[in-house]
Write a protein that binds this ligand. Structure first.
Ligand code: AFP
Length: 326
């Protein structure tokens, strides 16, 4: 059977919201262009690092800036798009005076960019919310208010994975035609897992709950978990989340002694919220360790939060380690 194109899926699913259809298609078009720039970076001299830092104090890669400009340029004329919040830009970009129902697009234009020079998978993460009333510049709302969120992963295949709240679907981009077609429908996160993803080099900073959780996992079949675990870490959240969506697992970037003062490592509005939305729409779970990520009330556009997300039963097991820690 011919796989549905993105356009057909959107017009069938969002028949009463053409403006949202246009915005998601614009995002897909931007991701297709970014995929091409990532693929051809060695020929275009776009690898390496610039001398500029982003608002997070991180050295920007040329493709971070290119990807940001592509999203801004392709989406800027999307009907009812009122504002852009980008990891690479400190201020909110207002495109029009906000009216009730207008869209706000939060995005990390190129996540995992530390992997670019070593040719590993990177991605674009996006989240869409709406203005609640005319003139209200209320862009800091909890993630539960998202109306659409997802990511593009630039791997062996470029895929666009997103949810409108019910279910998660994956669209693969055909390398010749550039069409996005529905190749992975109704993705579900397996409830249980024996695989965890964490940056183990930070063990010296972890609190007792995470120390105990990881120790019990690596104790294997003779340990408290009574089974062997596998560990992954690619330093690209998009790649970790995609693997969890496809075959289960749990991803941890917890609060620790080193990042606690900043609130954590990952950003709420354009990393934690969209990934939590996707994982929960696929039957998984997502917490900061204290509270559901989607319930966190934002205080500023680039704020950071701890992130623990993935297979629901494993996330619940980690909650029990936190409760035991008290
Ligand atoms: P970059 O986009 O700067 O590479 O950061 C990627 C990221 O935000 C997320 O995708 C990874 O899970 C995490 O940072 C990796 O953090 P470490 O560098 O501490 O492994």
């Amino acid at each position: 059977m011919t796989q549905r194109t993105l356009r057909r899926f959107l017009t069938q699913t969002l028949s009463d919201n053409s403006d949202l259809v246009f915005l998601i298609e614009d995002i897909a078009a931007a991701c297709r262009i970014i995929a091409d720039r990532v693929r051809n970076a060695p020929f275009d001299g776009d690898l390496g690092t610039t001398k500029t830092e982003n608002v997070q104090g991180e050295l920007q890669k040329p493709l971070d800036l290119i990807a940001n400009d592509v999203v801004e340029r392709v989406c800027a004329n999307s009907p009812r798009l009122a504002a852009l919040v980008s990891e690479e830009v400190e201020e909110v970009t207002w495109l029009k005076p906000p009216q009730k129902g207008d869209f706000v697009l939060y995005f990390d234009p190129l996540d995992g960019s530390s992997n670019l020079d070593v040719n590993l998978s990177v991605g674009t993460i996006f989240s869409i919310m709406q203005i609640t009333q005319d003139g209200q510049r209320d862009i800091l709302r909890p993630g539960r208010n998202q109306i659409c969120a997802g990511y593009a992963i630039y791997g062996p295949t470029t895929m666009l994975v997103f949810s409108l709240g019910q279910g998660v679907n994956g669209f693969s981009c055909h390398s010749t035609t550039g069409e996005f077609r529905l190749t992975h429908s109704n993705l579900r996160v397996p409830e249980t897992t024996t695989e965890f993803a964490i940056n183990a080099s930070r063990q010296m900073f972890w609190d007792g709950a995470i120390q105990s959780y990881v120790a019990d996992c690596v104790a294997g079949v003779s340990g408290p978990r009574g089974q062997y675990f596998n560990m992954r870490w690619t330093a690209s959240m998009v790649a970790e989340v995609h693997r969890i969506l496809m075959c289960g697992g749990v991803f941890l970037y917890p609060k620790d002694r080193e990042n606690a003062a900043k609130g954590g490592r990952l950003r709420l509005m354009y990393e934690a919220n969209p990934m939590a939305w996707i994982i929960q729409a696929a039957g998984g779970d997502a917490t900061t360790g204290d509270t559901q990520i989607l319930d966190v009330i934002p205080t500023e556009a680039h704020q950071r939060v701890p992130v623990i997300l993935g297979s629901a039963q494993e996330v619940d097991t980690i909650r029990r380690y936190y409760r035991r820690q008290g």
